[in-house]
Design a protein around this ligand. Structure first.
Ligand code: UDP
Length: 240
């Protein structure tokens, strides 16, 4: 359903919130372990996986700004938070026997490689999982936008947006409205016009302009990452 390319390569966006488990803040190792198992299973079958992880389980710049902090500085805190998620996932993937590399947009040589796109592609070709940390390295951006940009730069087939606690895109918040209706498919324009909560508008525009399909799906259901990669009809597919 994604318009197949020569290689099978996907960019998986993992929400930071999922990493916290029920806790809200920080990293729940059991949750990360379960995610690593799902990812490892897909990689063992020969699919190339690159990952962008959010940082909502640590800091969101906009929220700190509302509480009086400088926006750019709090955005940098947000970006640094994502790196902790990357290291946690890297650890559990390596325990599954999967080779990984973390590449960060803010250089921190002791813990990660710098972001070098061609090198990332070489890692993927060798069967390594590449985890991109620290977002775009720039304030006022989001990890959703980072995921779209990285997906395009490494020539991924689709952007797989894993969410925790929601299995696709709805016409209103299913947590508050029991009548909310789920979409199986949507066009980018509809997402933007209706302000649907898929990703921020910058990320959606980038995908629309470059015809990169987005699959929004529930992350923590065992086997869902494999289903998303296979193109099974789960979640909501956003395309033209
Ligand atoms: N962030 C940023 N530039 C980027 C990516 C992230 O400034 O390129 C900051 C921003 O403050 C954001 C935070 O990092 O709120 C965490 O990322 P995000 O909110 O996208 O995480 P998610 O909601 O997906 O867990």
């Amino acid at each position: 359903q994604y318009g197949r390319k020569q290689h099978r390569r996907f960019l998986l966006k993992l929400s930071g919130e999922a990493f916290a488990g029920g806790g809200g803040l920080g990293v729940d190792p059991d949750v990360v372990h379960a995610m690593a198992r799902q990812i490892a299973a897909v990689v063992r079958e020969g699919t190339e996986i690159a990952i962008v992880i959010g940082g909502g389980n640590f800091f969101r710049g906009a929220e700190l700004q509302q509480r009086g902090m400088d926006r750019a500085r709090s955005d940098y805190m947000g970006m640094l938070g994502t790196v902790m998620n990357c290291l946690a996932l890297q650890d559990f993937l390596e325990k599954e026997g999967i080779e990984t590399r973390v590449q960060t947009a803010i250089t921190m040589g002791q813990v990660a490689e710098p972001y070098i796109p061609l090198r990332a592609v070489r890692h993927l070709e060798k069967g390594r999982v590449v985890i991109f940390g620290a977002g775009m390295g720039m304030p006022y951006f989001s990890t959703d936008t980072t995921a779209a940009q990285r997906a395009l730069e490494i020539d991924a087939e689709a952007l797989l947006m894993g969410k925790s606690g929601v299995d696709g895109v709805y016409d209103s918040d299913p947590k508050h409205n029991p009548e909310a209706v789920k979409f199986d498919a949507l066009e980018y324009n509809e997402v933007l016009a209706r302000g649907l909560k898929v990703a921020d508008a910058t990320a959606i525009s980038l995908c629309m302009d470059n015809e990169l399909p987005i699959l929004v799906f529930e992350l923590l259901t065992e086997g869902n990452i494999a289903r998303a990669v296979k193109g099974e009809k789960i979640g909501t597919l956003v395309s033209n």
